[in-house]
Design a protein around this ligand. Structure first.
Ligand code: PLP
Length: 403
């Protein structure tokens, strides 16, 4: 018997709610059931051929470390793409290439907070923020938003009530995962003003920036507050270009000390992947805008299909997300995790079932999401239709089983 224990930090790091039921899904697949996977934001659109060309044309004899800030080529290329699309005046000085938005978020938490400091965020939100806060010792303070209000931000007065002497930053995910809410310019201005007046950092996760529907123009927060040093933007190629496995993201800031400190942390982890940075630079230089236009049109079609299929299931409440590629749906069940497990262990229709993510893991205030599921629009329109029809059948079977 050993007395060795693991750290409190490790104890407090929760498992991903998205991957939690993956074992059950695998067992269902092993039994020969076709599992429609709406649980995870792994896009099924093909990655750009320009990226794959970049990978296969890598011609160096040694795969060496890249610079800790990122490859010069990728920095200059990505900076000019953002400047072109959003008319902001970034230079390479403001960008640090990271291993996905995930690493940029960890850097941002580490740089602006000491252990015990607080970051305000809006509930529900991206579940891995909870993991990042456990790793960095930051306390996330959550402000509830509701499906009934289409997940609009709380008012400035409501947000201010949560500010304490330990608050260091506000964290915004825009467009939001999992709600699909997109902030209006007024909401963004309100947050910028609040952070200026209360001396807080504003961390904006723009991983889904280009995924805004119904003809609305995507916004980068720097258009609202040009060169504002209190803003830290987190960005990623994962979703925009179906490149989740490339692990390429970045952190942007006009704050010299924040950048210097983040760079020192980046030096400790040496560099982001070399071949993927090369390929990403090649892709951004050559791709044109059709890829993203097509992706956006496809996701909008899927969103519409998902919302209309869900509206046909009695007792389900949902909303049409304005952005991102997820939606939340409230089911007429007490415990959506129990229902999601049932779909994988006890139900199939014509050899098919549907895998959804229970949404409680996206809520700091777990109870608020107890009856809710998250659906990712990662299947084509026809599969989305079938997957949600199967979900409806499963729901009926689950309810009749409980009576
Ligand atoms: C809101 C949000 N931020 C960050 C990430 C992490 O992205 P990356 O693959 O760039 O690390 C995700 C991934 O799902 C996300 O949904």
């Amino acid at each position: 018997m050993t007395l060795l224990t693991i750290s409190h930090r490790a104890e407090k790091t929760p498992p991903s709610p998205i991957r939690k039921l993956a074992g059950l899904a695998q067992q269902a697949a092993d039994r020969g059931t076709h599992v429609y996977r709406l649980n995870i934001g792994q896009p099924d659109l093909r990655s750009p051929k320009e990226f794959l060309e970049g990978v296969s044309s890598f011609a160096k004899e040694v795969v060496a470390y890249e610079g800790s800030q990122g490859s010069r080529d990728l920095l200059s290329t990505w900076v000019s793409c953002i400047n072109r699309d959003y008319d902001i005046e970034l230079t390479n000085e403001q960008m640090l290439i990271t291993m996905g938005a995930s690493e940029a978020l960890i850097f941002a938490f580490m740089v602006v907070c000491d252990p015990g400091d607080e970051i305000l965020m809006f509930d529900p939100t991206y579940a891995n923020y909870i993991g990042f806060s456990a790793i960095s010792g930051v306390r996330l303070v959550s402000l509830p938003c509701s499906l009934e209000d289409k997940f609009a931000l709380p008012t400035r007065e409501d947000i201010e009530r949560y500010i304490s002497p330990y608050t260091r930053a506000v964290l915004l995910c825009n467009p939001n995962n999992p709600t699909g809410a997109v902030c209006s310019d007024d909401e963004l201005r309100m947050l910028v003003d609040l952070c200026r007046e209360r001396d807080l950092f504003l961390i904006v996760d723009e991983t889904y920036r280009e995924f805004v529907y119904d003809g609305v123009k995507p916004r980068c927060i720097y258009e609202i507050a040009p060169k504002d040093p209190r803003i830290i933007v987190v960005d990623s190629l994962s979703k925009r270009f179906s490149l989740c496995g490339a692990r390429i993201g970045c952190m942007l800031t006009w704050h010299p000390e924040v950048m210097r400190a983040a760079f020192h942390i980046a030096q400790a982890r040496l560099s982001a992947p070399t071949i993927e940075q090369d390929a990403a630079a090649h892709m951004l230089q050559t791709i044109g805008d059709q890829y993203l236009r097509d992706a956006l049109a496809e996701y909008q079609t899927r969103r519409d299909a998902a919302v209309s299929a869900l509206s046909r299931i009695p007792g389900v409440t949902t909303h049409a997300p304005q952005g991102g590629f997820y939606l939340l749906a409230k089911l007429p069940v007490k415990d959506a995790e129990d229902f999601a497990s049932f779909m994988l262990t006890d139900f199939s229709s014509g050899g098919k079932t549907t895998f959804v993510a229970p949404a409680a893991g996206f809520y700091m205030l777990r109870e608020a999401g107890r009856s809710t599921i998250r659906i990712a629009f990662v299947l084509n329109r026809d599969d989305t239709d079938v997957a949600i029809a199967v979900l409806g059948e499963g729901l009926r079977a689950y309810q009749s089983r409980r009576v």
